[in-house]
Design a protein around this ligand. Sequence first.
Ligand code: ZN
Ligand code: ZN
Ligand code: FE
Length: 329
Amino acid sequence: MEKMSFKLELRWNPLLREWVIVAAHRQYRPWQPKTICPFCPGSEETKRKWSVLALPNKFPSLVESPPSPFSSPKPPYKVEKAYGICEVIVETPNHEGDLCDLPQENVKRVIDLFAQRYRELGSKSFVKYVFIFRNKGAAIGVSLHHPHSQIYAFSFIPPRIERELTSALEHFQKHETCLFCNVLKAEKEDGKRIVYESEYMVAFVPYSAMWPYEIHIYPRRHLGSLLEMSEEERSDLAWVLRVVTATYNSLFGFSLPYIMVFHQSPTDGKNYSFYHMHIEFYPPHRDREKLKYAAGVEWGAGVFIYDRTPESRAKELREACEKALRKLK
Ligand code: ZN
Ligand code: ZN
Ligand code: FE
């Protein structure tokens, strides 16, 4: 890998109380390179003979030995070094496809690698949160099409997770039960938003979904991370990830872009036994041809408006799921 100097820092937004990663070097990253794919077997980065692969991100937003900040802010501003690690998980040697197109064993291997990276990165003293995600499709701004996921190991707990942790902790202190287990119970009792159920997982459109075709996958068993999952549960999760992505792809008859995120317990050494891991999908489409934008009300006020109802979209997704299952089996 060529030597690159990182111009990188964390800037604190005192109004929203959130960190922003300022990564000046990232402007040089390639945009959908037309020549050789860096993730195909035999490339300089990947070499040969593998089925799944963890690679360092060549254009990281966080690094293990970050430079000193380049700005020198006065209060109320503050700055920190951008400690962290960014990795890429190349999910298959094949250049095309979605999770549903990979063989079941391959997706299982991807999940095992997620778990192994979660453990390994999470064990580093400066890593408080290991965030696993997958961006798919040009509509999401994916710069490389070879099937891959990404991992950001953060030196802080991201605000969205922090909010879930606070809610889950308060719920636990008040009711001595898990908030997520209760959500699962409510979804199962209602049933109208469930898209697919397997032996160990439930996939549903949340009651208060924000994105039109948002789906969450909850393990039925109360567990904080992939590390607590049995082999059977991981295989089952691999299957359900394939079912959900196949469902999306059969919804409109084209390969649907989406964001997939894993929400797991932080790795800062504290006790998060009240937290329940889950996976969230946010596809940006609201229709065959139309995208949902986070616009004025959504982005400027933080209030999402959901066109139609989560129940009617869930019904559509259930039908797409039935079609997808016939193809998958
Ligand atoms: Zn490729
Ligand atoms: Zn739970
Ligand atoms: Fe979540």
